[in-house]
Design a protein around this ligand. Structure first.
Ligand code: SAM
Ligand code: SF4
Length: 360
């Protein structure tokens, strides 16, 4: 397989053995640029306990009707088909995944699935608010890793940014992960101009004190109000310049398929990462595919098309035939994946769904 660069791939190739016959006999989910897909992001709900300004409007968004949200049995079915197609890792997200009432059950059932590389690896991205009560159960259910999103270490700012007075709860969530021993423990922070760009070093100190690896993320055009402006985004370069005023950063290891460029802080052992989704796209190494809470498969965060798996799941076909249909749709969706997200191209159109409804 021709290796692809991290930026935007240019060389198209015919994926091996994809003749449309038995979708389970055609090797892993490979697109026309040679990218092999191993990572499935599963959104468990579009609802959230916060209203982060870059994600949701204050009044929320029209929630999916409950009957449209996949049941746990349906999620496990889709993931088990994906596993037969070579997926080895699932990240549960949302909305806020810990709002799902049966979250522990979802984790316990998914971690039972056997992949080509051993048991399915299941991790979670969360705002952390429910972690103090759920952490032990999640660990017992086999959860491998947790990412907690926290954009500020200032209580008033947290309130302004999330429109909720839950800073203490979020910090308790971070402490719960620290105590749990699940590692690596990653924290995500979106850097925003004139909002939190004066506290990037404080955020890094907070993360290090809680044994977390901080990942700064460039703000992407995925807000429900479509109000993203390039000028509000703090670029990867600016983030690094700001951190270098107080820390010595040296590149750490190979980026592989990770979106983050990782640096050792003051010669280690702690690290910090920068995810330059907009200015330093990593589409060339993308191995991700996404399932929305209402059962739509998306081949990219920025995809403008979706493939309906819920319709298959709720159709009349026998279970084995449904699995075949789901597998075919997954293969077709991956074959249709574009080279890159196109944010930097003139005709870029933001997806209709906001991040909270896609699954970040
Ligand atoms: N509610 C959970 C959380 O906040 O971690 C999971 C879902 S949230 C959509 C997943 C991640 O997407 C969070 O780290 C959040 O900061 C990030 N995110 C949301 N909107 C974003 C945007 N417009 N640009 C960059 N990252 C964004
Ligand atoms: Fe909720 Fe996460 Fe969106 Fe914030 S970023 S509003 S916590 S889904």
């Amino acid at each position: 397989m021709t290796p692809v660069s991290l930026g935007i791939p240019t060389i198209r190739q015919q994926p091996p053995g994809d003749d449309g016959a038995d979708p389970f006999a055609a090797g892993p989910l490979t697109d026309t640029f040679g990218r092999v897909h191993r990572d499935l992001r599963v959104s468990l709900t579009d609802k959230c306990s916060l209203r982060c300004t870059y994600c949701m409007p204050a009044e929320g968004v029209p929630w999916l009707p409950q009957r449209e949200v996949l049941t746990t049995d349906e999620i496990v079915r889709v993931v088990s088909v994906a596993v037969r197609l070579g997926i080895t890792e699932v990240r549960l997200t949302g909305g806020e995944p810990l709002l799902r009432a049966d979250i522990t059950d979802v984790v316990a059932r998914l971690t039972q699935l056997e992949t080509v590389a051993g048991p399915l690896r299941v991790s979670l991205t969360t705002n952390g608010l429910r972690l103090p009560e759920l952490m032990d159960e999640l660990v017992a259910a086999g959860l491998e890793r947790v990412n907690v999103s926290l954009d500020t270490v200032n209580a008033q700012r947290y309130h302004d940014l999330t429109r909720r007075d839950r800073f203490a709860q979020a910090v308790a969530g971070v402490e719960a992960v620290q105590r749990s021993g699940l590692r690596p423990f990653k924290m995500n922070a979106v850097a925003m101009r004139d909002i939190n760009d004066d506290e990037l070093c404080d955020l890094l100190r907070f993360a290090i004190a809680h044994e977390a690896e901080l990942r700064f993320i460039e703000m992407m055009p995925l807000d429900a109000g479509h109000s993203w402006r390039r000028e509000q985004m703090v670029t990867a370069e600016e983030i690094l310049a700001s951190l270098r005023r107080e820390f010595r950063l040296t590149p750490a290891g190979d980026r592989a398929s990770s979106p983050a460029e990782v640096f050792q802080v003051n010669d280690g052992p702690h690290t910090v990462g920068v995810i330059g989704s907009v200015t330093r796209p990593f589409c060339g190494a993308c191995d991700r595919v996404r399932l929305t809470a209402d059962g739509q498969l998306r081949n990219c965060l920025f995809a403008r098309e979706e493939s309906d798996l819920r319709e298959i799941l709720r159709g009349d076909a026998a279970a084995a035939e449904q699995d075949l249909q789901i597998a075919r749709v997954m293969r077709a969706a991956i074959l249709g994946k574009r080279a890159g997200h196109g944010i930097n191209e003139p005709g870029f159109l933001q997806p209709d769904r906001p991040m909270s409804a896609i699954g970040g």
